[in-house]
Each structure stands twice: as structure tokens, then as C-alpha cells.
Design a protein around this ligand. Structure first.
Ligand SMILES: CCCCCCCCCCCCCCCCCCCCCC(=O)SCCNC(=O)CCNC(=O)[C@H](O)C(C)(C)COP(=O)(O)OP(=O)(O)OC[C@H]1O[C@@H](n2cnc3c(N)ncnc32)[C@H](O)[C@@H]1OP(=O)(O)O
Ligand SMILES: Cc1cc2nc3c(=O)[nH]c(=O)nc-3n(C[C@H](O)[C@H](O)[C@H](O)COP(=O)(O)OP(=O)(O)OC[C@H]3O[C@@H](n4cnc5c(N)ncnc54)[C@H](O)[C@@H]3O)c2cc1C
Length: 680
């Protein structure tokens, strides 16, 4: 099959000349790149036909952009669109007969990850947390009861964990579920204002069910937080159920379609079997049966942290696509005064803003593939009763969630800045990408808190290494650094050596952090106090460990891809890999000077190599972002459209402003005229 034939969309309008020139310069076969990026011919065909379908649906066309809508109108419109999407696909999900995680995740990526609803999908939480919570926490009988109904949206749910008073410290949650042996029921209560659930997505007006995390009490004893299935609204009328106080928490910086809500429960009774009993159980007489590990109650969060990494890679790739295309169309200033003004992408500083982000987006996507494989292996182990790899998965998922969300949030902002003033317009669509990434830096575990979780694991692993114990694969490298003194790692500018230098930085900083903890304990601090005082060192260690994992994953995956790719594509891939590695290395240059034999001369060489990568990528920049294959309606940006007709599109967007629909606004008569006519 000819590569170009897989349902590729062609632009309807004339393409901007500069953008067309960029495409003519591209040295590699874009379709070959796209096939690699999306995972194969079948995936590409399916993706393009799905996108064409949704693009052609009149139900998806906004007459007036939603950013002009009120809070309520926006919610109502996003619910309408979400139901269009899921009515189309719910048959697919239930047809499988049984839940198949691979297919399910693929479906999620296709329909939630793509961002068909730019402002956030009010049914997103149902698919990304409620259903995974059923899979992770419900017994087989409970899965029979809820899973199929949830998959085909007969019931719609949220995941209600965070409260007004506590989001991070889960042991501090106050909602109670007290077992009543007389009636074989749990009585669920929000005893204080701070115990009100606050934030759960879609909770406000969208869902009728909820997995509620609450402190389990039986026979007067508290057993910690557990998940309970609670019906919050009537299935026919959607009125709140008795004892349920529920509503919207108000407008937010972004995710405006997601309908985040509050929930108070007053003596709400659910059957004992409403407790999700795959892991812990409560018997008829109130006896509590412990799970094999108490952290299994946190399982849904691990799953979501894993998929966030993929979601961030896609968001960054979209933002970079917009900024790279715009930078090729925008002309500003002369480099040679004799020649016309240059495309802004020819300013090296502009290349340094954008090209590393293109490479980073790809590296994050490759990392998410790797992480997903780890997740699958660990869940399969868990299903056969082994918890051995769970701490490792938890630790790596935490720091990767942090690196991916923080780099995407800052990366999108860099893309906005790279588009000058026009980048600040809502129709450029950076606001949506930024607010999604910024929200993800907080939700599913606040980023600093998650780095401390990774650090906790690393400290534990360091101590095990010191004792000569075997370490888990992602931290196996620590074993090479056990010893009393800081070790200078032998620097060279080859990519694999630089990646290993990251290990040296982690190991040496970890050694110093562990020593700091010990010194503080020796001075009388408790272990918790000493750890808190060492917090700054610990979060740095955890972040570099995450960055090492990204580089290692990207390197291995690029190497693998290069074995099959054509020569021109191999050259592009090698350059992208080098760029992301050099960029990350320059970011931690201080640590490299401290913990490796890198000299001033080596550093200058590294900077030169980095600049050479920018130069090498220049002719292919547009080719690469085109090959990400995001259709215009998915990018949703006047600056990033395939045809590059930026100025026409900006004008057309401005014409949609409600303020431009009448020649004179009423404020003239009401306020301006009186001001102008008033005499002192
Ligand atoms: C190829 C395909 C690839 C895939 C592609 C797929 C693409 C699909 C794309 C689709 C697009 C959709 C995008 C997504 C949209 C999502 C929307 C979501 C919206 C947001 C939802 C939310 O926002 S929902 C609430 C989340 N709220 C938190 O996130 C609370 C944080 N707070 C804690 O998580 C705990 O509170 C905290 C701090 C740990 C302390 O907990 P604590 O005090 O109990 O624990 P300690 O620190 O004492 O730790 C005690 C021991 O537990 C260990 N441990 C702790 N956690 C563990 C765990 N999870 N697993 C294992 N082990 C764990 C630890 O490592 C210790 O182990 P050890 O003792 O051995 O050292
Ligand atoms: C858009 C969005 C959607 C959400 N959706 C959901 C949902 O569907 N379901 C749900 O249950 N929740 C949801 N949440 C809530 C979210 O999970 C929490 O807000 C998040 O876990 C952070 O907790 P917090 O708000 O308590 O922050 P806090 O813990 O109060 O954080 C405040 C500051 O304190 C610091 N801090 C706190 N503890 C420590 C510590 N131990 N060590 C060092 N520093 C610390 C943090 O680093 C941060 O700087 C959502 C939040 C957002 C923004």
C-alpha cells in the first residue's frame, strides 16, 4: 500500500506560501513518521476515519465559540457534545462482552485524549476514573452489577475522594461510612463542612453515581479509607437522592466543561455490599478482612497518573504544532537588511524555544509507551497475587506525572510567548492546553507531594543498596554508586553516556540527601522532621530520576524505531533524540559540573552540539509537526491551521465576537455619552 493513501485529509484552501515552502523542504516521508507515531497502519486508518466522522458531524460545529458562552451555557453545550460522542461508541464498548483494558485504554485515548471537546469533557471522569475504580476495587459480583451498566452509560459516575479540608493527605479524610449490623447497611456521613467532597469531576449536575472514599467504621473501630458505591441522583428524575446535598463548585481557570462538584452526605444508607470489596471486605457480622496491602485502595490513582503522561505528550505536541506553523508564517525583522523580513522561525532564539518542545513531546509519548508496559506487567502480577513491583510503579508514575505535567504547562506557555501578541488570543487555543496541563500539575496528587513520594522510595532503595540487597530494575543503577565518597562520573558527549550521567547525578544527590537526613536525626530530629528539613534536596533527586527515565525510554525507543526506519527518517529521529538529551543536560549543567568530570570546554561543546541540532532540525520542523497528524478541528487554533492562513482566520474569529454583531453597543447611550456630555 502506498503510504500516502491512508485516508489523508487535504486542505480545502490555498496554503500559505511560506508554509508550503517549508513542506517542500522536508527531507523525510511524513507518512512514515505518522505511522510510527500512531502505532501502525490500522491505527492510522482508524484514527483518520474517526476524526473525519466527528469533523463532519453538524452537532460538533460551534456557531459561536464556546469561550463567549456563560458558565451554564458552556456546561450545557459540552454535555450535549459529550453525549454525541459516547452514544456513538458505547455499543463498541459493551459488544466486547467483557472488559478488555487494552481496548478500553485505546478507546479512551481516541475519544478523551484527542480533545474533541476543548473545554473539557464532562463525561471524561466517568471513563477515566469511575470505570477504572470499578475495575480496580469491585469484586467480580460487583463488577457484574456495575461494569456493563457503566460502560454503556446506563449509570454515570464520578470519583469522589478530595474534600474541602483534605486532598493530599488521604488519611485525614473525614467522610465516614459506619456499618450498621442491624440492617446490614453502611450509614455515610459528612460530619463537618471540611468533610464535604469538593472537586470531583462531573459530580455537580452530570452523574447519578459516585465512588465515594470514606473512613470505614465497624464495631466502633476505624479501618481507614475505602471506596463505596453511592447513588447520588435518581435514575429517572436526576433529583438528588435523600440525604444528598450536591452542586457546582463554581467557575475555574480552565476545564470549564468538567462540572466539578461538591457533595455532602447525611445519614445516607447503602447496603453493606455497596462497599467495593475486591481488596478489603466487611463480613455480615461486621468483621473486617484486610486487603493484601492497604495501598491497594490508592490503585485508581496509579492508573490515572500513568495515563496523564500520555495525555501531556499529546497536549505538548499540539501546542508545538500551532507554534511551529505560526512561526513559519509570521515574518518579522531582518537578519540581512538587503533581504526581506525573515520568518520568525529563522531566529535561533525562536528555534531554541520550540524545537526542544517538539522533541520533548515525542520523548514523553515514548516514555508513556514504556510506562504503560510497566503498568500492564504490574497489574498482571497483582492479579496473580504479587505486589512486588507495585512500589516501583508507584514511584516512577509519580515522578513522571510531575515531569510531564510541569514541562507541558511551561512548554505551552513558551509556545504562547513564541506566538507574540496573537498567542494571547483565546482563538490561538493555548489557554485550553495550558489550563489542562496546569490542572494536571495539581490533580491526581499535587506535584511536590508526588516528588516526595518518589524520593521516599529512592531513599528506601538507597538504604537497601547500602545493605547489598537486590534493587528493582528502574533503580538498579544505584548499586553502582554505593560507597562513602561522591564519585565523579567520566563525562563524554555521547548520548548514552550523557544519559548515564543523569544516573550519577541522582545517585550522588541521593547519597547527600540521605546523609543530610542522618545528620539531622543525629541532632535530635525525628525521622519525619529530618525528612521534611531535607525536602528541597529530596524533590530535586526525584525530579532528575524522572528525567533520566524519560531520556532512557526515549533513547531505547528511538533506537528500536531506527532499526526499521528509512535513512532520512533515521537521521531525523537521531537528531530529535540528541536534542532532547542535550536540552535536558543543559538544564542540569550545574549538577553535571559537580558530579561528573565535565569541564568548561565540555560544556561549551555541549552547547555547540545543541545549537547544531537546532540547525539540523530547521528544514524539517514543519514536516515533523505535520506528521503528528492533528486535524485543524482537533488543534482548534486560528494560528496553527494546516493552511497557515493566519491573518484571515484571526479576522474571521474576531468577527464572531458578540460585540461585533451591532454597530453601537448600548454602553454608549448608558455610560459613555453621559460622561462625554457632562459638564463640571
Ligand atoms: C499504550 C497506551 C498508553 C496509555 C494511554 C492512555 C491515554 C488516555 C488518555 C486519556 C485522557 C484522559 C486524561 C486524564 C484525565 C484525568 C482526570 C482526572 C481528574 C483528577 C482526579 C483526581 O484528582 S482524583 C484525587 C487524587 N488525589 C490524590 O492523588 C491524592 C494524593 N495523595 C496520595 O496519594 C496519598 O495521600 C499520599 C501522598 C501518597 C500519602 O499517602 P499516605 O500518607 O497513606 O502514605 P505514605 O506517604 O505514608 O506512604 C505509605 C506507603 O504507601 C505507598 N503508597 C502511597 N501511595 C501509593 C500508591 N498509589 N500505590 C502504591 N503505593 C503507594 C508509599 O510508597 C508508602 O510505601 P512505604 O511505606 O513502603 O514507603
Ligand atoms: C481540575 C481539577 C480536577 C479535580 N478532580 C478531582 C476528582 O475528580 N476527584 C477528586 O477526588 N479530586 C479531584 N481534584 C482534587 C485534587 O486531586 C486535589 O486538589 C489534589 O490532590 C491536591 O490536593 P489539595 O487540593 O489538598 O492540595 P494541598 O495538599 O492543600 O496543597 C497545597 C500546598 O501544600 C503543599 N503540601 C501539602 N502536603 C504536603 C506535604 N506532605 N509535603 C510537602 N508539601 C505539601 C503542596 O505541595 C501545595 O503546595 C481535582 C482538582 C483539580 C484542580
Amino acid at each position: 500500500m502506498s503510504l500516502i493513501s491512508i485516508g489523508k485529509r487535504m486542505p480545502a484552501q490555498v496554503v500559505n506560501k511560506d508554509l508550503q515552502n517549508e513542506r517542500n523542504k522536508c527531507t523525510f516521508n511524513q507518512e512514515e513518521f505518522t505511522l510510527w507515531w500512531v502505532g501502525g497502519e490500522e491505527q492510522l486508518k482508524e484514527k483518520r476515519s474517526r476524526e473525519s466522522y466527528f469533523e463532519s458531524q453538524p452537532e460538533f460545529q460551534d456557531k459561536v465559540p464556546l469561550h463567549f458562552a456563560s458558565h451554564q451555557e458552556l456546561y450545557e453545550e459540552t454535555v450535549r457534545k459529550a453525549t454525541v460522542i459516547f452514544t456513538k461508541v458505547k455499543k463498541l464498548l459493551t459488544e466486547q462482552g467483557k472488559y478488555d483494558e487494552k481496548k478500553y485504554v485505546h478507546f479512551m485515548e481516541a475519544l478523551l485524549g484527542t480533545g474533541f471537546i476543548k473545554e473539557g469533557n464532562p463525561l471524561g471522569i466517568h471513563f477515566s476514573m469511575f470505570i477504572p475504580a470499578i475495575v480496580g476495587h469491585a469484586s467480580p459480583e460487583q463488577q457484574d452489577q456495575y461494569l456493563k451498566k457503566a460502560l454503556n452509560c446506563e449509570i454515570i459516575g464520578s470519583y469522589a475522594q478530595t474534600e474541602l479540608g483534605h486532598g493530599t493527605f488521604l488519611r485525614g479524610l473525614e467522610t465516614t461510612a459506619t456499618f450498621d449490623p442491624q440492617t446490614d447497611e453502611f450509614v455515610i456521613n459528612s460530619p463537618t463542612l471540611t468533610s464535604y467532597k469538593w472537586w470531583p469531576g462531573a459530580l455537580a449536575q452530570t452523574v447519578n453515581h459516585c465512588v465515594v472514599m470514606a473512613q470505614l467504621y465497624s464495631n466502633g473501630k476505624c479501618y481507614g479509607i475505602h471506596p463505596f458505591m453511592v447513588q447520588v441522583r435518581d435514575s429517572d428524575t436526576h433529583m438528588p437522592m435523600p440525604g444528598i446535598d450536591i452542586g457546582d463548585i463554581g467557575d475555574k481557570m480552565g476545564y470549564k466543561g468538567v462540572n466539578n462538584g461538591y457533595l455532602g452526605l447525611k445519614n445516607v444508607r447503602i447496603p453493606r455490599t455497596g462497599m467495593m470489596m475486591k481488596n478489603a471486605k466487611l463480613m455480615r457480622d461486621g468483621t473486617y478482612v484486610k486487603p493484601s496491602s492497604s495501598v491497594l485502595a490508592y490503585g485508581t490513582m496509579v492508573f490515572v497518573r500513568v495515563i496523564i503522561v500520555r495525555n501531556m505528550a499529546q497536549s505538548l505536541a499540539k501546542a508545538a504544532t500551532i507554534a511551529v506553523r505560526y512561526s513559519s508564517v509570521r515574518r518579522q525583522s531582518h537578519i540581512n537588511p538587503e533581504l526581506p523580513e525573515v520568518q520568525v522561525i529563522d531566529h535561533v532564539t525562536q528555534q531554541a524555544k520550540l524545537f526542544p518542545l517538539v522533541a520533548k513531546a515525542i520523548a514523553l509519548k515514548l516514555t508513556s509507551d514504556n510506562l504503560w508496559q510497566m503498568y500492564e506487567r504490574t497489574t498482571s502480577d497483582l492479579n496473580s497475587g504479587s505486589l512486588d513491583r507495585l512500589p516501583e510503579l508507584h514511584a516512577i508514575a509519580c515522578c513522571l506525572k510531575v515531569v510531564s505535567t510541569s514541562d507541558t504547562a511551561t512548554g505551552v506557555e513558551v509556545c504562547r510567548l513564541a506566538c507574540g501578541g496573537h498567542g494571547y488570543l483565546t482563538c490561538a487555543n493555548f489557554l485550553n492546553y495550558y489550563s489542562l496541563a496546569s490542572a494536571a500539575s495539581t490533580y491526581e496528587g499535587e506535584n511536590t507531594v508526588l516528588l516526595l513520594q518518589t524520593a521516599r522510595f529512592l531513599v528506601k532503595m538507597w538504604n537497601q543498596a547500602v545493605q547489598g540487597k537486590q534493587l528493582m530494575p528502574t533503580v538498579g543503577y544505584l548499586q553502582n554508586y554505593v560507597g562513602k565518597q561522591v564519585q565523579q562520573f567520566p563525562w563524554s558527549d555521547s548520548v548514552p553516556v550523557i544519559i548515564s550521567a543523569f544516573q550519577a547525578v541522582v545517585a550522588n544527590k541521593l547519597r547527600i540527601a540521605c546523609q543530610s537526613i542522618e545528620k539531622r536525626k543525629a541532632k535530635g530530629a525525628t525521622p519525619e522532621e529530618a525528612t521534611n528539613m531535607t525536602g528541597l534536596e529530596l524533590i530535586q533527586v526525584a525530579e532528575v530520576h524522572g528525567r533520566w527515565f524519560v531520556l532512557q525510554s526515549a533513547y531505547e525507543m528511538f533506537e528500536k524505531a531506527c532499526q526499521k526506519a528509512s535513512a532520512p527518517l533515521v537521521s531525523v529521529m537521531q537528531n530529535l533524540c540528541k536534542l532532547v538529551v542535550y536540552d535536558e543536560a543543559l538544564r542540569i549543567r550545574g549538577d553535571l559540573l559537580r558530579f561528573t568530570t565535565m569541564t568548561e570546554t565540555d560544556l561549551v561543546k555541549l552547547e555547540q552540539n545543541y545549537e547544531a541540532c537546532l540547525q539540523a532540525l530547521r528544514p524539517n520542523a514543519v514536516g515533523i509537526v505535520d506528521a503528528f497528524d492533528y486535524p485543524d478541528f482537533v488543534l482548534g487554533s486560528a494560528l496553527g491551521a494546516y493552511d497557515g492562513n493566519v491573518y484571515e482566520r484571526l479576522f474571521a474569529e474576531a468577527m464572531k465576537s458578540p460585540l461585533n454583531q451591532e454597530p453601537v453597543n448600548k454602553t454608549f447611550e448608558l455610560y459613555l455619552k453621559p460622561l462625554m456630555k457632562s459638564r463640571l
